[in-house]
Each structure stands twice: as C-alpha cells, then as structure tokens.
Design a protein. Sequence first.
Length: 389
Amino acid sequence: MAITIDRNDTQLIDVPRGLTNVVVAETSIGDVRGEEGFFQYRGVSGVELAAEARFEDAWNLVTLGGLPQGREAAAAFRARTSAARAIPESLHEALSAIAASSLEPMAQLRTGLALISAADGRRALYDESETERIDDAIRLAAVAPALIAALHRRSEGRDAIEPDGDLDPVADYLRMLTGVTPDARLATALGTYLTAAIDHGFNASTFTARVIASTGADLASCVGGALGALSGPLHGGAPARTLDMLDEIGSPNRADAWVRERVLDGGRIMGFGHAVYRTEDPRARLLRGVAQRLRADGLASDRVDLAVAVEQTVLRVLDELKPGRTLRTNVELYAAVVMEACGIPRALFAPTFASARLIGWGAHACEQAQDGKILRPSSRYVGTPSPSQ
C-alpha cells in the first residue's frame, strides 16, 4: 500500500521519540522482523546468505535486485566490482596526507570516498540516470576496502597494496590489509559477518543516507553522512568497545562480579540490547558459531571462550536482577571477536563494518532518489515564546 500525504494538510502529527515504529518510507531492499529474530534482503534470508558466506551474491541481490543466475552472471558481476576497486593514482599523495593526519579511521574513510567520487567525476543523484546511480553505488562499495587498507598501511609508514581482481573481495581486503593472502577459513568467517552486515532496516545511518539522497545530492555525500552516523558509539562504533569490555573483565571467573556491578550501577554493557530485536539477534547466534569454529581450528584465541562466558553470565545476571527485560546479545559481541581473529586492527572494526553497509546505503540512496520527494519533517517549538505580533 502506497503512502499518501495530503500536501494541503498542515496539521502536525506527534510521533514517538526517535521515530520508533514510525513508517517514513517504503522499501523493497530489506526487512527486519524483530519479534521473530529474522532479517532478509529482497525476499531472501539474510541469515542463510551469511551462513554460506555468499557476500558477492548478496551484493548482487541488494544492488541489482536479484541473485546472479548462473556462473556467467556471477563472473560478470565479479568482473564489474573488481574493476571498480582501484584507487585513482592522482589521489595517492592526498591519501598519504589523510593517513598522516589526526583524523579517526572513519573520518579518513569519509574523506577518501569524497575525493575518489570527485576524481571520478560523479554527479548529483538528481542529475543521473538509474544506471549511473547504480554505477556510483558499485564504485564506492568496491573501492572502500582498498581505501581502508591503503589508509591504514600508510598511517603505519608502509606501502599500500593494490587490489587483486582475481581474488574475491573479502579475501582481497584481508590481503591488502595484512600483506598476506588469508587462510580460506578466515576469509569465509569474515565473509559471513560482512554478508550479514550489508543491510538492516531503517537504522540511523541508513535513514541518514536516505535523507541526504532525498535532496538529490551526490552519492558520496549520502554515504558520508551515513558514515558520520555510524561512527557514534550507540550505532556502529560499538564493536571495538566490546573488546575493551572483554579486556577489562580479563577472565571468565571475574565475569559475574563485573557484570553485577555494572548492572546494579545502571551502566551500559556493550554487545547487548538492540533497538529492534526482542529475541536473540540472529547475527549474534551466527557469529558465535563462526567464532567457535575458528577457535576449534586454532585460528582464534581464548578470547572466544571469554566472550562465550561473558555472554552466558550477562544473560543469567540480567534474568536474575532485571526479570522480564528483553536484553539479549547483539551482533557486536562476536563481530569483534571474529574481526580480531581475522587480523583486523581494533581501530578498523567500524570501517570494516561500513565497507559492507556501503552496499545497503547505496541501494537505499538509489531507491530514495527514484522517489523524488525530499524528506522534510517538522518540529514543535518549545523555546521562549516570541512577543505578540
């Protein structure tokens, strides 16, 4: 059913704080059903795609509207995205300056993507065809991993590593970052996480991207705003903080006392709670299994054991001290453990997440641009009354 608005209606409508449960647009990209613990991309289970680490298939699905039909179609999509990974040579000096700056990695990524978009001559979404918009979306999502890796290596005084189009994008990201072609099991583990991270409803960053897209701005501006939203610790900035928490707890035998003190003090426990899910986050369940397999294969440390012990302790203590409260594990706890096992530096956890979510942001920006309606809500003034006219 289409959303209809009377353009002559000036009556204000009060809605819940944070726009909770308020429908602001229609989308065919993805859906999250919080009560069921389920999410999908264009009618295909996101959990099933992620469990099989089908990152490129999910990318194809979200961006082009369907899964690739046959090997030739899959190969054509890989060729298209591989060709879009390269960073313009004209920007190497500028990127070195960004890497040497005091900017945080998320801000570096935001700045780098804006420069690449400008160097490519990308235009405002308002002025582009649907095909050109999709090209923009593929370009930014494809180049982001190479950019993240290049900026990180340059910040450490090392040379950037060029993309290898013969590798799948997840394995190539780890190679560009570490300098070593990764163990296939690590690439699969990261692929599972990144597939699950592509899209997840109208969260803060996705909504930000759509608001900017509704103005007709260029796609780099849309994803730049989304990156700004994602950098906040209440959104995508939390995975690194979950490792800080595990560092602080230190060992399983200290978990109970630490958790009880935090709960009784009303403190926030990173890696738990979600704005939509009222049951276990299916991505957390999926990544717990991934982390445990890496541990069994000797590819992850006892950090996995600590994370499992802390999770069990948090859920048990919450059930005891806060009965009836639906606070369960979210994706960030095990995402952090998996990324650490894959050799990704803690400072790059949020940018790595963003490299996958860029696919979703691009699709949402293109969808919003097709709508043609600027998102322009109202506010209710509660400040000092003005003098009578």
